[in-house]
Design a protein around this ligand. Structure first.
Ligand code: SAM
Length: 244
């Protein structure tokens, strides 16, 4: 209520989103189908807006921030990389340009945003890099080989995911990571009570995600230096725990 009084201009857009999301929830059977419907609607309006950037300048800057950070934290051109929830390649177009041909795999639950991703490949002259862009229903990675990827990356995906989706990912990501590989993801962090808004935005405590990763044999590091960047989410890096 206090928030609404302080931000009256946000009331009408919020009510519109509430009505649309309620309609989608009634028509879909699970979270992934629901979020796919949200993405279809958002992508039809504006693919860059659908991944959270309200203008092209922000789209480019957010992609650059992800890319520069990952290069500063170990990404090399010879790495094989999987991007979960690649969207329309906001950062992916930079990863594709940097990595050796064929070394970038992008997966997403939304066929609509993957078609927008193909347009990004064309617009940025990246056809010869042969990126793999694949729609998925879940995060079990069943079609991907064991110990294949040096780097797995998910930016602004778990901020839209209930805990069981994150758990599914943690349960399976260790199998496709090479020894010494890592998985970086961002999340919306709360120091208070964990909560969600419209089943679109989810807020977690760091310790919840650290404990969940530990249950699946993954060692988690909170990336302190990411906090200095102008971005509202936090970042965690997971590696496969070494058995002694
Ligand atoms: C906010 S966008 C971010 C896209 C991209 N990572 C970026 O930074 O531009 C979130 C993306 O994750 C995808 N997504 C959401 N839940 C997913 C899931 N469980 N598995 C795969 N992709 C998912 C959405 O379809 C959307 O393209």
């Amino acid at each position: 209520m206090t928030y609404a009084i302080k931000n009256p201009h946000k009331i009408v857009p919020h009510l519109r989103r509430l009505a649309r999301d309620t309609w989608f929830r009634l028509r879909t059977r699970d979270h992934v189908s629901y979020y796919r419907a949200v993405m279809r609607s958002d992508t039809a309006r504006d693919p860059e807006g659908a991944v959270g950037s309200h203008n092209h300048r922000r789209w480019l800057a957010l992609g650059r921030m992800q890319f520069d950070y990952l290069v500063e934290h170990g990404l090399k051109p010879e790495c094989r990389m999987l991007e979960i929830g690649c969207g329309n390649l906001r950062a992916g177009h930079l990863f594709i340009g940097y990595l050796h041909t064929g070394n970038y795999y992008g997966i997403d639950i939304s066929p609509d945003i993957l078609m927008a991703a193909q347009e990004t490949v064309v617009q940025h002259g990246l056809r010869d890099k042969l990126p793999h862009l694949t729609p998925v229903r879940d995060l079990r990675f069943e079609f991907l080989p064991d110990e294949h990827f040096d780097v797995v990356h998910a930016h602004s995906v778990f901020s839209h995911s209930p805990l069981h989706v994150i758990e599914e990912c943690f349960a399976h990501v260790g199998r496709i990571l090479r020894p010494g590989g890592w998985f970086d993801f961002t999340f919306d962090r709360t120091e208070g009570k964990e909560h969600q808004v419209l089943r679109e935005d989810f807020y977690y405590r760091t310790e919840t995600l650290l404990a969940l990763a530990g249950r699946y044999g993954l060692t988690a590091t909170f990336m302190d230096d990411w906090e200095r960047l102008p971005h509202k989410q936090s970042k965690i890096r997971l590696t496969r725990s070494v058995l002694t």
